[in-house]
Every structure is written in C-alpha cells, then in structure tokens.
Design a protein around this ligand. Structure first.
Ligand code: DP6
Length: 344
C-alpha cells in the first residue's frame, strides 16, 4: 500500500491589530484580539507523508533536519489533528492520549521567502502543516478546527488558515468551551486592493522570539495591563476600517496598535527593543510620505523590519521612498492572498 501523503500551501500574515500576550493557564489563548491580512506572493509548501516504520516524526525544513524544539512543535500539531487529539486537549482530559495511536510522519517543509525577512514564517508553516497533516492522516477536520489547532501551536498561525482579512478574537476566561478559539474571516482577499510593503533592515534572525517576548512583557511590564485594556477598541477600529475600506482610519489604528505593543515591550524589565536605527528612520519616512499626501502607514512585529500598509496604486512610490532610507536593505511588496489549502 502506498503511504498516505499530502502537500499543502499557506501564506504568512501581517497583523494590522497586534496579538501580544496570552491568558494564564495554558492552551496558548490570546489575551487580546488581533486582525491580520494574509499575504500572497510568499508561501510555505509542506508535505506530510505517513511513515509507520519511523520511530519518531521527522521534520526537514528547507532541506535540513530541524532543531528538536521545532520538531516537537510539529509533532504536537499532528497529535492535535489526529482524531480525538484536539478534543482531548480542549477538554483537558488526562486519560488515555488518543494520539498514542497516531502513525509517525515525515514532514518536508520549504519557504519560498527568507526566514529572516521579518515575515512570521511560523504562521505559514504551521497553517500549511495543519492542512497537510489533516489530509495525509485522513482526519477530515473542519477549517475552524484546523485554525484552532494551528492557533494552539502558534497563535498567529491560526489566522493563516483563512485568506484575506482575518480576526482571531481574544480568549474568554473560564469554561473549557472557552479553550476552543479559531480565527474567523472578516473579508475575502478581493475585498480591498490593499498592499503591504516590507522594508527589510537586517538579514539577521531576531534575538527575542515572539513567545518569549510577550511572556516577558506580561510578567514585567507596568504597561502590559494598559495594553490589554486598550487593544480591543483598537482592534474594533481596525475591523470597521477594513470593512469600510477606509485607509486613513485603518492606518491610524494600525500604527497605534503596533506602537502600543512595542511601548509595552520597551517598558518591560529589562526592556525589549526590537528596533534598530533604520526602523526609526523608516517610520519617519512613512510619516513623511503622509505629510506629502500619500496614505501610507507602518506596522512593526517582533523584529526591526517596517511593514507599510498602503493601497496597491501607491506601492511603487512607497518602495522608492523606503529604498532611499539608509539601512533599508531591500523591499518586498505583497497583497491580500488566499488561505491554506491542499495542493492537488
Ligand atoms: C508580533 O503567533 O509567533 O507577530 O503564539 O507564542 O507562537 P505564539 O506567538 P506568535 O506571535 C506573533 C506576534 C506578532 C503579532 C501578531 O502576529 O499578531
């Protein structure tokens, strides 16, 4: 019998309203709502092959055996996809682990964009893996379940299951049912000809990963409670602006979300500063474009790159201006794209 095998493709996403912080008590539940746009043009392609003969799952990233931590995360995702796995995790049942019966898998994954480009490759990677594992293992899970599963492994990955504009609500405290938290599509990719232009400011990997950075912020930043209290209203403004295709309202809320997230991280003890000099110069350049009448707004994730949100008609002007800033190594332009899917 041929081993079951499936390949899936997924795209990274950029949060217009940021996720930063988790609820206590496990399950990787976000403390704040976030809203992102899934980006076409860059992709992770992942093949999952059922390999019952293996003693342990294998993960090969870009042709190289992955580090143990990455392999363990991928295995955990496959355990959740396996029938009964998600249900056991969501109920907190401590009894027999349904995933013990899961056959081992060989996972081959490849990004067609550089990992250091400041685009969260983990989002597209875990979204592609969820879809490929579901198909290869014959689990037949609903899209919302796959989003919930990917979210448990990396919250932003839950958003890349969907295309276009996608919201991941904040978790509610309490009941086991509150542990089920998929992302939802707010508007499809063709809703708005929006663009994101990345100004790449380093080829180095980031020093403090998102998970570590947000945990440290939550534990030590005096501004963290203010961030959590203010984030929902900003996310609502982002959603309303997306639905209304209002670039000025979107851009203002988007900059506010990013700056408030970074302010909370900078105020941690010790402070986490993700920016370099070029980050600050690029922010100034974007505001300079605005003073000249061009609707361009920035957002920044857990790294020094600047992502500019604008309409597709403005991409060339934005790219030229970013490229003129010393320290901007190159630019990458992207537009709204589809959700994760099995490749025929
Ligand atoms: C700054 O989704 O990578 O990109 O759930 O711990 O894996 P974990 O975190 P992750 O955090 C992303 C943080 C961010 C903002 C965002 O994408 O919303």
């Amino acid at each position: 019998m041929q081993p079951a095998r499936a390949t899936a493709v997924a795209h990274p996403n950029i949060a217009l309203a940021k996720y930063w912080g988790k609820l206590e008590g496990g399950h990787n539940l976000p403390a704040v709502p976030s809203l992102s746009v899934t980006l076409a043009g860059m992709a992770t392609r992942t093949t999952v092959e059922v390999a019952p003969g293996l003693a342990a799952d294998e993960l090969v990233l870009g042709g190289k055996a992955a580090a143990e931590g990455e392999r363990a995360r991928a295995s955990r995702l496959c355990d959740l996809v396996w029938p009964g796995g998600l249900e056991a995790a969501a109920s907190g049942a401590g009894a027999a682990d349904p995933a013990a019966a899961r056959p081992r898998v060989r996972i081959l994954s490849h990004n067609d964009f550089p990992t250091a480009a400041g685009l969260a490759s983990s989002a597209s990677a875990f979204a592609a893996l969820a879809v490929a594992a579901d198909a290869a293992l014959g689990a037949g899970r609903a899209r919302a379940e796959l989003s919930d599963i990917a979210r448990r492994v990396s919250a932003s990955a839950g958003r890349s299951l969907y295309g276009g504009f996608v919201e991941l609500p904040a978790a509610r405290e309490g009941e086991p049912s509150a542990r089920v938290l998929p992302a939802v599509e707010v508007a499809p990719a063709d809703h708005w000809a929006l663009a994101v232009v990345v100004g790449v400011t380093t080829e180095a990997r980031k020093e403090v990963g998102s998970t570590e950075g947000m945990l440290h912020t939550a534990r030590t930043s005096p501004y963290y409670p203010a961030w959590v209290a203010s984030a929902p209203a900003v996310c609502r403004r982002v959603r309303a602006a997306v639905l209304a295709r209002d670039i000025a309202a979107l851009g203002e809320a988007c900059e506010e979300s990013a700056l408030a997230m970074h302010a909370a991280a900078i105020a941690a003890r010790p402070g986490i500063v993700y920016w370099n000099g070029a980050t600050v110069d690029l922010m100034a350049a974007v505001r300079g474009l605005r003073r000249e009448g061009l609707a361009a707004y920035f957002t920044i994730d857990a790294g020094p790159h600047v992502k500019v949100v604008c309409e597709q008609a403005s991409v060339a002007t934005v790219e030229t201006r970013l490229a003129s800033v010393p320290g901007c190594l190159r630019t990458i332009a992207a537009r709204p794209g589809p959700g994760a899917r099995v490749e025929p």
